[in-house]
Design a protein around this ligand. Structure first.
Ligand SMILES: Nc1ncnc2c1ncn2[C@@H]1O[C@H](COP(=O)(O)OP(=O)(O)OP(=O)(O)O)[C@@H](O)[C@H]1O
Ligand SMILES: [Mg+2]
Length: 445
């Protein structure tokens, strides 16, 4: 439920708005003046949205706005006033108000603005959290890996860094796409200019557009001051368009134009601005399949895929697991005198696990083992259950790289279970969740 705080010194309007928002399912708090409003606000019970009158005897709406932005810069604020004054409206929006609404206004209009303001606040918050996460993330300085598949990646990345071409990095989640993007940037001549990561999946289309291309004053609700786009911020450097596969088809058209013309046009402007940035895009979707499914534009795909880099999943480079473990332990501050070691059988288990979350998942598991359980030697029994659970591939041990039929997997699994229970059909049928007679039939086939 959305919480809204309404501040107005006019009691009748306060009552009307309280009824309106309550009837729309909001949880409503009211205050008869700026001072009282701030008293409610400083408590750790922040609303999701603030609506405030401007002209109030004790503390006016602009001052309330200023205080609120100090507490939470993403809290959306809608200001209302009876004495509309254009200068004041501009000032208010420069201070971070989402909208400036003139009395009298219709309920519909107010509700629409409020729901937009809430979405805007949420998207902004998601975005800033993600950016904070990224900047504070302890990324390793070097890319670890000796596996041939990974060495190939490094080679291509090294060459890509010496060009200005657009690069598309594809790979499952946690395979190191961002790390590789940063590596390319560090190896490039652009390393002294900015590296600007943008998570395209975290923003609504409108916000993404204005974040990337900027906007001019008055171009849309809430855009009362102009703002530079991230393409301009990245000038001379590299922009990292993460999760590019999550963007809408209509946004893709705009991105394509930027790549073709090497100019951006701020939202609300007609003047294109030339930009000089290297674009590195990344996605964990299979973009070719997305193109076939008509969820991603073919023309944009070709524009991005000038230098393709495909990161192998961890299960295809298991020989790197020991190296990666060492580097993770080192980053967690382990020294030569205290070093967690893994037994052979534990390593074997790690190597046969599927790793859907790839290196990030490995990091989580290792951190947990080394820090939380604080053991010197990690045995098979110390590993999380999901790692030790039988992996489908291992049932078909003779042809692990093949994609076996369902029947083959079933047969292999049944035999594996039979082995675990020393041939007891009764036990095995319990584990398999089938009738002993069904098991008997399957075994005789
Ligand atoms: N080659 C590598 N050497 C060492 N650590 C790595 C390597 N590749 C990835 N990592 C680690 O794995 C984690 C995930 O990497 P990264 O964030 O770059 O992956 P991603 O592919 O962008 O993931 P997502 O799709 O979830 O955004 C990071 O913490 C990073 O330190
Ligand atoms: Mg990433």
């Amino acid at each position: 439920m959305n919480k809204v705080l309404i501040i107005d010194d006019e009691q009748s309007l306060l009552t009307t708005l309280e009824m309106l928002f309550t009837s729309k399912g909001y949880s409503v708090q009211t205050a008869g003046g700026g001072k009282q409003g701030l008293e409610i606000l400083t408590s750790d019970n922040l609303p999701d949205l603030l609506i405030s009158d401007i002209k109030m005897p004790d503390l006016d709406g602009i001052e309330v706005l200023r205080e609120v932005k100090k507490i939470d810069p993403y809290l959306p604020v809608v200001l209302i006033t009876a004495h509309a004054d254009k200068q004041e409206a501009i000032a208010a929006c420069n201070e971070g108000a989402y909208y400036f609404l003139e009395k009298p206004f219709g309920n519909k209009e107010l509700l629409k603005i409020c729901s937009e303001a809430l979405e805007n606040g949420r998207a902004g918050r998601r975005y800033s959290e993600r950016r904070r996460e990224l900047s504070s993330a302890q990324l390793p300085e070097f890319l670890i890996g000796e596996a041939p598949e990974f060495k190939k990646v490094l080679q291509v990345a090294g060459k890509a860094a010496k060009t200005d071409s657009t690069i598309l990095i594809q790979g499952e989640s946690g395979t190191g796409k961002e790390l590789v993007a940063r590596y390319i940037y560090r190896e490039s001549a652009r390393r002294d200019r900015p590296f600007v990561p943008v998570n395209c999946g975290a923003l609504t289309e409108t916000l993404l557009e204005s974040e990337l291309f900027g906007h001019v004053k008055g171009s849309f609700t809430g855009a009362i001051s102009s703002k530079d786009g991230l393409f301009k911020v990245a000038s001379g450097g590299t922009i990292f368009l993460d999760e590019v596969g999550e963007t809408s088809l209509s946004f893709q058209v705009k991105l394509l134009r930027v790549l073709q013309e090497k100019t951006i046009t701020p939202v609300g402007s007609t003047e294109p601005v030339t930009v000089d940035v290297q674009v590195i895009a990344a996605t964990n979707r299979d973009l070719e399949a997305e193109v076939e499914a008509e969820r991603f534009r073919r023309d944009l795909f070709y524009r991005l895929n000038v230098i393709p880099i495909k990161l192998p999943p961890l299960r295809e480079r298991v020989e790197d697991i020991p190296l990666l473990i060492d580097s993770i332990l080192e980053r967690k501050g382990e020294t030569a005198t205290h070093k967690t070691r893994f037994t052979e059988t534990a390593l074997k288990k790690l190597e046969s696990y599927r790793w859907p979350g790839n290196i990030r998942e490995l990091e989580n598991i290792i951190e947990h083992l080394a820090v939380i359980s604080a053991k010197d030697i990690i045995n098979e029994e110390d590993l999380p259950e999901k790692v030790c659970r039988p992996q489908p591939e291992s049932f078909v041990s003779d042809k692990p790289k093949d994609t076996p039929t369902l029947e083959a997997v079933e047969r292999a699994y049944i035999h594996w279970v039979m082995e675990q229970v020393n041939g007891s059909k009764k036990e095995a049928s319990k584990i398999l969740g089938i009738d002993p007679s069904t098991l008997y039939r399957k075994l005789s086939q």
